[in-house]
Design a protein. Structure first.
Length: 279
């Protein structure tokens, strides 16, 4: 009788235990492990340390498809955390920073070919300039025009994130959107809100949606930055720290400073995901 009672107790315990196994790739309804890949420029000619070739990106897409990964938007992560909406068993987020023109010419065709999605973090002032001077378009350094961004969003393969209107630079003692040493809080808050709201408004005009995601320029931030972002209604921020994001339903703080893994010519998606799986 004692053995039977022990066996029944073990069976009941197995029924209530989570069904998550790190190695199996299975996800519980309340927990998700989400890697984010960070891309920048995609060109056939190498121009900097972050530029990768189109055929390298295609190999990444093939690897994801062949190994059961499904691309998701940041809004999908928000719904998971805030509402418990389901995610795929193996979700992955592809992010492209800065809004380069070559994302339009070289990335979009491959997203279509492999049925993938991406999150595009645009710099408002750069897109403003190239919209006024479309004749200057160049895959090496050009940025997307607003009509091109609108076209990309219309495919439903692109979700937009705020990367500041005009703070993606290092000057005057400020790095990106970070508060300067000794800067008055009120002045900083006013400056940052004005800059970000300008881009929020423009993106909403172009896409019909206000971004809920903010991407720190250069990965630089401070406590004051996040205070302002929360006041403005942002729900997600993207950093440049590497690793896997562990999300739990109801844990809204897990969406802040989300980790991303920089895809360089030396680190393919296969290598990145393999490394992350062993951590």
């Amino acid at each position: 009788m004692k053995r039977i009672l022990i066996l029944l107790a073990m069976l009941m315990l197995m029924r209530i235990m989570p069904v998550y196994s790190k190695g199996s790739g299975a996800q519980t309804p309340k927990e998700a492990h989400v890697p984010i890949i960070m891309y920048h420029s995609l060109m056939a000619k190498k121009t900097n340390d972050w530029n990768i070739f189109p055929d390298e990106f295609e190999r990444d897409m093939k690897y994801l498809s062949e190994n059961g990964y499904e691309t998701v938007f940041i809004s999908d992560l928000i719904r998971f955390v805030y509402e418990g909406a389901p995610l795929p068993d193996k979700p992955v987020v592809l992010t492209f920073d800065d809004g380069y023109y070559n994302n339009y010419t070289n990335v979009m065709p491959l997203l279509e070919k492999y049925d993938k999605k991406m999150v595009l973090s645009v710099i408002g002032s750069s897109s403003d300039h190239w919209t006024k001077h479309p004749e200057e378009k160049d895959e090496r350094y050009g940025h997307l025009t607003w009509p091109q961004i609108s076209e990309m969003v219309a495919t439903e393969r692109v979700e937009l994130a705020n990367h500041t209107q005009n703070l993606h630079k290092k000057e005057g003692g400020r790095k990106g959107c970070r508060r300067k040493d000794g800067e008055d809080y009120g002045a900083y808050e006013k400056m940052l809100m004005k800059d970000l709201e300008a881009l929020q408004t423009r993106i909403e005009e172009v896409s019909g949606k206000r971004p809920q995601c903010f991407t720190y320029p250069f990965g630089s931030y401070c406590t004051t930055t996040d205070e302002v972002l929360r006041k403005m209604g942002f729900k997600v921020t993207l950093s440049c720290a590497s690793g896997v994001n562990i999300l739990l339903v109801g844990d809204k703080d897990a969406l802040w400073k989300m980790k991303r893994n920089n895809r360089t010519p030396e680190r393919s998606v296969e290598k990145i995901l393999t490394e992350l799986a062993t951590r």
